[in-house]
Design a protein around this ligand. Sequence first.
Ligand SMILES: Cc1cc2nc3c(=O)[nH]c(=O)nc-3n(C[C@H](O)[C@H](O)[C@H](O)COP(=O)(O)OP(=O)(O)OC[C@H]3O[C@@H](n4cnc5c(N)ncnc54)[C@H](O)[C@@H]3O)c2cc1C
Length: 396
Amino acid sequence: MSHCLAERSIDHVVLERGEIANSWRTERWDSLRLLTPNWQSRLPGFGYAGDDPDGFRTMPETVDFVTRYAKAISAPVETATKVTSVRAVEEGYQVQTDRGEWRCRTVVIASGACNIANVPALSPAVPRSIETFTPMEYRNPDQLADGGVLVVGASATGIQLADEIHRSGRAVTVAVGEHVRVPRTYRGKDIQWLMDAAGVLDERYDQIDDIVRARNLPSLQLVGSPERATLDLNALAGIGIKVVGRLVGIRNGKVQFSGSLKNQCALADLKMTRLLDAIDEWTVANGLEGDVPPPHRFEPTRIDDAPSLEMDLTNAGMKTIIWATGYRPDTSWLHAPVFDRKGRIRHDGGVVIDAPGMYLLGMPFLRRRKSSLIDGAGSDARDLSIHVRSFLDGRV
Ligand SMILES: Cc1cc2nc3c(=O)[nH]c(=O)nc-3n(C[C@H](O)[C@H](O)[C@H](O)COP(=O)(O)OP(=O)(O)OC[C@H]3O[C@@H](n4cnc5c(N)ncnc54)[C@H](O)[C@@H]3O)c2cc1C
C-alpha cells in the first residue's frame, strides 16, 4: 500500500509495532517455509530474482524479502510504534500510539488477519496435566513433553505440525474438521502455479455466490518443502499418525470426536476433484494438453471404518494439545461503529462501510481469492489506492 500511495503522490506513514516483517519474525514456528513458491511472492515493483523460483522461503528468507522491499521502495515506516486507538474525529481520524498521536484524513488497516490464534471454547475443560500450545507459541518439538500429542485442526498449520511432531518420535493424533485437500503438484506443475495460471486465485469477491463462506474457508492443506511433498491425510496416516473427527467435547479427561470424519473427507475429495477438473478444462482450452502429463485422479482419503469417537487422554498417554484451529485479527484498538455482530469489520472489497476514508487490507478474499497471500496484497492495494486518491480529491 505504501508503494501504491507513493505512486499517487499521497503523503503517508506506515506504523509498525515491532520491526519490519514482525509477524514473520515473531509469530511463526522454526521450521516453517512459505507454502507459496518463491516466484509467487510478487509485490508491486518487486519480485523474486534468485535461481530457485520454484523453492519455498524459510522464515529468515521471508523476513529478508519483506525488509529488502521496504528499503527498495523507501517506505516511510515508523517501527516500534504500536497503535493503541483509532477513532473518527472531524476531518478524519485520530491515531493514538505508544509514541504519540497522528491525525490523518484516511487510514488503512493493514494490521494482519492472523494476530490471534483461535482456541476452541471448550479448552478450559482440558485436564491440568495436559500442556496446550497455539501455533503462535509453538516453535519446535523440543518444547513438548515426551508423550502423545493431539493436534486439533488439519489445515496448513495442523498438518505441518502433526508431521513435524510425529517425526520427533511422539505419537500424534490429528482431529479433522472441514479442510481443503489439494496435491502439491498435478500434471507436473505446482498447484499454486496451476491455480494462478487458470485464474482461480484472481476470482473476485463480487463474482462469488457466497462470499461470507468463501472468506471463512480454511487454508489449503499444503506444505512448502524442498521435496515438493503432498501432505494430506493419506500421507499423515501413511507415516502412522492417527486421524480422528472434529473435536466436539471434553469431559472427565476424555475427549470426544465427531462422527462426521468420513463425510468431511468425502467432501474434501469431491472439491479437490472439481478443482482438478477445472484445471484439466483450462489445459485443453489453452492448447497445453500435449505439453503436460495426462490427467489423473488421487486416491480418496482412506478412513478407518470405525474411527475413534472418544479418547481417554491419560490412558492414551497424551501430554500435549496443539490448537491448530485458525487465526483471527485483533482490532481491539479500533473505536468505530464498523463491526458486524461477529466482530468482523464490515467492508465492500476493503472499503470500510460507514467510515469514510477507512480501508482494510490483507483479509481473506478481501477483493480476490489471493487476498490473504503476499501475492494478493499488490492488486488489492492498487485498487484501494485509487479509491483513496478519489476520496482525498473529494470525488467519493
Ligand atoms: C502460519 C502462517 C503461514 C502463512 N504462510 C503464507 C505463505 O506461505 N504465503 C503467503 O503468501 N502467505 C502466507 N500467510 C499469510 C500471510 O500472513 C500473509 O500473506 C501476509 O503476512 C499478510 O501481510 P500483512 O502485512 O497483511 O499482515 P502481517 O504480516 O500480519 O502484518 C501485519 C503487521 O501489522 C503489525 N501490527 C498489528 N497490530 C498493530 C498495532 N496495533 N500497531 C502497529 N502495528 C501493528 C504487526 O506487527 C505486523 O507486522 C501465512 C500466514 C500464517 C499465519
